[in-house]
Design a protein around this ligand. Structure first.
Ligand code: DC
Length: 225
């Protein structure tokens, strides 16, 4: 029954503008929105709250991460500023966006059993009238039968600049060179991992947003839809 509901996947590296673009496209189409990065971030946040370290290779810690993913109590609800992410009934929007959570999420996302455990939760978001799914493997693994697939890219310099601006606006103190280095490192990990690497699906339309405005990207995707 899920298969009858249309899905538009928007994959790509961090900072390519997927979040804002996906929200705008979903609103324009009147479809639901899945921010799959928030799912991995929620696993990471719960792991950090339980005292797990992103650098731990211990089998017991990996098992705990897998256990967290299998029992994740996560929900999305319309909120004052878009969508609220609730973890065990608590709104965690802001707590999901810290650099510590970004690092832990990228490391957790490289564990195959974690990804496997999160598949159902993501596929259950495919609800009429349609779904816009934002992530890294939406078109390749989670919704391989999606009707429309987009891969949104931008140069790493541009992505680091955008993220820098975002964090500055939120009042976080950041160093651009460090952000750039961390982004390269995270890109490498996300792109080269053995399971569900961040690569375009064979049938995806690749859009390079380096020199495009937000409106132009949204317009291009709506044309496809
Ligand atoms: O898009 P984001 O920055 O919120 O994603 C957080 C992390 O989760 C990032 O390191 C990549 C990972 N992720 C993933 O592996 N698969 C997805 N579908 C979405 C995110």
């Amino acid at each position: 029954m899920h298969q009858d509901v249309p899905v538009l996947t928007i994959d790509g590296p961090s900072g390519a503008g997927k979040g804002t673009v996906s929200a705008r496209v979903a609103a324009a189409l009147g479809w639901h929105l899945l921010d799959s990065g928030a799912v991995y971030r929620a696993v990471a946040l719960q792991a950090l709250d339980q005292g797990l370290s992103p650098d731990s290779q211990a089998a017991a810690d990996q098992d705990q991460l897998i256990d967290i993913s299998q029992h994740l109590d996560l929900s999305f609800k319309p909120g004052a500023d878009g969508i609220d992410v609730l973890l065990s009934d608590r709104i965690v929007n802001d707590r999901l966006r810290t650099e510590a959570v970004s690092v832990m999420a990228s490391k957790s996302a490289a564990i195959p059993a974690v990804r496997e455990a999160l598949l159902k939760l993501q596929r259950d978001c495919r609800v009429a009238p349609g779904l816009v799914a934002d992530g890294r493997d939406m078109g390749t693994v989670v919704f391989p039968d999606a009707q429309i697939k987009v891969f949104l890219d931008a140069s790493v310099e541009e992505r680091a600049q955008r993220r820098y601006k975002q964090l500055k606006e939120k009042g976080e103190s950041v160093i651009l060179s460090r952000l750039f280095r961390d982004m390269l490192e995270r890109d490498r990990r996300d792109r080269e991992r053995a399971v569900a690497p961040t690569v375009p699906a064979a049938d995806a339309v690749v859009i390079d947003s380096t020199h495009l405005s937000l409106d132009q990207v949204v317009e291009a995707i709506l044309q496809l839809a």
